[in-house]
Ligand binder design. Structure first.
Ligand code: NAD
Length: 402
């Protein structure tokens, strides 16, 4: 239940009354608005079965409409308006009260990537609440306030949370830590981000057993393997964004080349989210026709395309310092697939027994995380590239097994 500031601050009695009555069994919705400088009106929709329990201060005379299932309560009072700058941190901190249908996404790391994932997940209206967690608490609070302003077009609430609270969310997105500097490879981030990941996962324990953890922090494949080993969750509930972003970059490139909507193009970048990634050209298709049968593709220098996709992040970093919109869209789409149980197939960092490591293979994604790994047919050359990518990642992963 949420009453936007400044009203939450000035209406503690009303807020408590509505919470007492309506969160058990369920508060359906609440809107608050200011009708003039000092007059505040609160409207709440509650189950009509809760009417009998309304306290005197919200008596049935305040019920403006009543159906067999719900009742609207409207009541107002003259009061002092509190300026947002005077709001206490309590206004934007996570509440313990959660209704039965709540779907909470915790985004750990409120920087450029985490906040973009949070914003785009809010826009999809798939979560009831987003918790933003960052060790830089003031920064996270500022990000939370800023994101809450986007609440006008959706019903997802955003609050600052703690690691412990993040451990209880349905979806936990890890977007903390150091990012690449110009000229730095993703794997070079490992030592800086390894300790950060351990600290983050330890701080979330005990993680609720049905939680799904999505790694975004780089190097995403190796950190996913580490998170699978230390989180205590089943492997299928811990995975990374992997080459989903690289695949989107490829799809957008092909969409421009063929002047066809990206949604009609089925093509994957697989293996490492990094230098050894490769494009599964043999399994790619447009409108059911194999991609390799198009003259435009036969004329392509495929290694040049592979390198352009693999190096696109570095090109963006050279120009603007970091990348976050593309991964923001991927992260939000992953959250949506989980919360809607959409069973989409995405190339994600998953543990592949055959290779004894984590790398990107197309995977079916639903409410329980990875429901199935769905390898695609590869040419002998592509298969060799997959083996090389796996060997690279296995060697790095082995250094961090203990
Ligand atoms: N997987 C992908 O495709 C992809 C794409 C882009 C960026 N990334 C990665 O995402 C990560 C975040 O990038 P960014 O641009 O948002 O960086 P950023 O510097 O803007 O934000 C990182 C945030 O993490 C916080 N943080 C650091 N250590 C923490 C800890 N122990 N606990 C809680 N918070 C902590 C920092 O305070 C900061 O707010 C980087 O590792 C980057 O490489 C991944």
């Amino acid at each position: 239940m949420f009453i936007s500031p400044p009203f939450k601050e000035i209406l503690p009695g009303w807020r408590k009354s509505i919470i007492d009555v309506a969160t058990r069994p369920l508060l359906l919705s609440t809107t608050t608005h200011q009708t003039n400088k000092n007059l505040v009106t609160v409207k709440a929709r509650i189950p009509s079965s809760s009417l009998g329990s309304l306290p005197y201060s919200l008596s049935t005379s305040h019920v403006s409409s009543l159906t067999s299932s719900s009742a609207f309560i409207t009541t107002s009072a003259t009061t002092t308006i509190v300026k947002p700058s005077k709001l206490s941190r309590r206004n934007y901190t996570a509440e313990k009260v959660r209704c039965g249908t709540s779907k909470q996404v915790a985004v750990v790391g409120a920087g450029a990537v985490g906040s973009t994932i949070a914003l785009l997940t809010m826009m999809k209206n798939v979560a009831s609440e987003i918790l933003l967690v960052d060790k830089a608490k003031d920064f996270a609070l500022g990000q939370t306030w800023d994101l809450a302003d986007a609440n006008i077009v959706n019903s997802t609430k955003v609050r600052q949370g703690t690691l412990k609270q993040a451990g209880q969310a349905e979806v936990i997105v890890i977007a903390t830590g150091a990012k690449q500097q110009p000229g730095e490879s993703r794997q070079q981030l490992i030592d800086r981000n390894y300790e950060m990941l351990k600290e983050t996962i330890d701080g979330m324990q005990p993680i609720q057993k049905d939680g799904v953890m999505v790694l975004v922090t780089n190097p995403v494949d190796t950190l996913t393997l580490i998170a699978q080993n230390i989180s205590g969750l089943p492997r299928n509930q811990v995975f990374g964004s992997g080459t989903y972003l690289d695949t989107c970059r490829l799809t957008v490139y092909l969409s421009d080349l063929f002047n066809i909507s990206p949604s009609c193009i089925h093509a994957y970048v697989l293996g490492e989210h990094g230098d050894s990634q490769f494009i599964a050209w043999d399994a790619a298709s447009i409108g059911g026709r194999p991609l390799n049968s198009f003259p435009e593709i036969r004329q392509l220098d495929k290694e040049t395309v592979r390198l352009a996709i693999a190096n696109k992040a570095m090109d963006i970093i050279d120009y603007k310092g970091s990348t976050y919109y593309g991964i923001g869209a991927c992260g939000a789409s992953i959250c949506e697939s989980i919360l809607r149980n959409a069973l989409n197939i995405r190339p994600l960092s998953v543990y592949v027994k055959e290779f004894d490591t984590v790398l990107s293979i197309p995977s079916k994604l639903g409410a329980k995380g990875i429901e199935q790994i769905m390898p695609v047919p590869l040419s002998p050359g592509e298969h060799k590239q997959l083996m090389e990518s796996a060997a690279t990642l296995r060697a790095i992963g082995e250094r961090y097994q203990k």
